[in-house]
Ligand binder design. Structure first.
Ligand code: KG4
Ligand code: ZN
Length: 339
């Protein structure tokens, strides 16, 4: 089974070919064009600009990859959630391609794609034990989801305001760091010292599995207002305090969810799963506090938006047949899993 994945939900134009053979899912070709430099100028993603870039780039990527109808059994595309204009380009392109090639087209939920990234390079049928808990942390989502198997989701909790990635990006902006802020804050946090600044752990003591990051953002703003001069070292220390607080809340709630639901596996998914501190802290917390559980982290390469994860989710969804390429497919910017 060979699936061509297409991802254009935000500011990455990505295409990947995934082959499932002999009990393993492998990426055989992939290409991603990042628009990050284009949007950096504006300090955030400009939806219309993103869509126009996808229009230019998508056909060029497929041509450059040299993929044709003989290489592909189905086309999988992100139908949501994401920016409506960007999603529209991807879904229309995928439908046209599938129609022209006479292949089915499978619509994929972007968050399910992030979760599916954990299966790349593994056996799609038997790699992990269920039930599981997955912590989804991206630019638009922060959710704890209970999974009985791939495709079966129950939302345990979600952020009441900002997503974890969004909080990283906003904190970075306040500290005068570049866009996107997550990678920059985590780079500086590695140089910073723990305990120099004290930031709150929102929702940590509250029951349930919801999150809130806007208070933490405000705490960063007040801390910054406390003095006029900020050296590079001070900013490193503040980044460290911020990362410590976010990671502490995420890991504590995830471990609690794993214990309460009797999970056998804990998955991490989404762009913020590129954060080294989060990866290390979650893995060691699971090992120490729920030793019967396995902690599964996506390959670093497939943490942020990419089409390989969309192809992987498309593989799991292919069982339901997919659509005829000519069929309409309405992008859904608010498509939520398990709600
Ligand atoms: O999943 P993703 O690529 O896009 C969405 O679906 O939203 O996530 C992007 C988010 C951004 O907010 C970015 O700042 C954050 O992931 N991010 C990080 C790191 N790398 C990316 N946050 C913290 N540490 C990182 N190393
Ligand atoms: Zn994403």
């Amino acid at each position: 089974m060979r699936i061509l994945g297409i991802e254009t939900s935000c500011d990455e134009t990505s295409v990947a070919l995934l082959e499932v053979k002999g009990g393993r899912a492998d990426v055989t070709k992939e290409m991603t064009a990042s628009q990050v430099l284009t949007h950096a100028e504006f300090g955030g993603v400009v939806p219309e600009v993103a869509a126009r870039k996808h229009v230019e780039t998508l056909p060029a990527i497929v041509r450059k990859m040299g993929v044709g109808p003989d290489d592909v059994d189905a086309v999988a595309v992100t139908r949501g959630p994401g920016l409506i204009t960007s999603l529209r380009v991807g879904t229309d392109f995928a439908r046209a391609l599938a129609y022209g090639w006479g292949k089915p087209v499978i619509d994929v939920n972007h968050i399910e794609g992030h979760i599916a990234a954990n299966w790349i390079g593994k056996d799609p049928e038997g790699a992990f034990a269920f039930p599981a808990v997955v912590l989804v942390v991206s630019g638009g989502h922060t959710e704890l989801i209970a999974m009985d198997g791939f495709g079966s989701y129950r939302l345990l909790g979600a952020t009441l305001d900002d997503a974890a990635g969004e909080a990283f990006d906003k904190a970075a902006k306040m500290m005068g760091l570049g866009y996107p802020g997550g990678p920059e804050v985590s780079r500086r946090a590695e140089k910073g010292r723990s305990g120099v600044f004290d930031l709150p752990r929102p929702m940590l003591a509250k029951p349930g599995f919801d999150f809130s990051f806007s208070g933490l953002k405000t705490a960063v703003l007040y801390t910054l207002g406390d003095r006029d001069e900020w050296s590079d070292t001070d900013i490193d220390d503040l980044c460290r305090a911020f990362e410590d607080a976010v990671v502490d809340v995420l890991v504590t709630k995830t471990v609690k969810a794993a214990k309460e639901t009797g999970a056998k596996t804990v998955f991490l998914a989404g762009g913020v799963s590129a954060n080294r501190k989060l990866r290390e802290t979650l893995a060691s917390a699971v090992t120490e506090r729920v030793p019967e559980d396995a902690c599964v982290l996506p390959d670093l390469k497939y943490t942020t938006d990419n089409a390989a994860m969309i192809a992987m989710a498309g593989y799991f969804r292919a069982g339901s047949g997919g659509r005829d390429g000519a069929e309409a497919m309405e992008p859904d910017p608010n498509w939520e899993l398990g709600r």
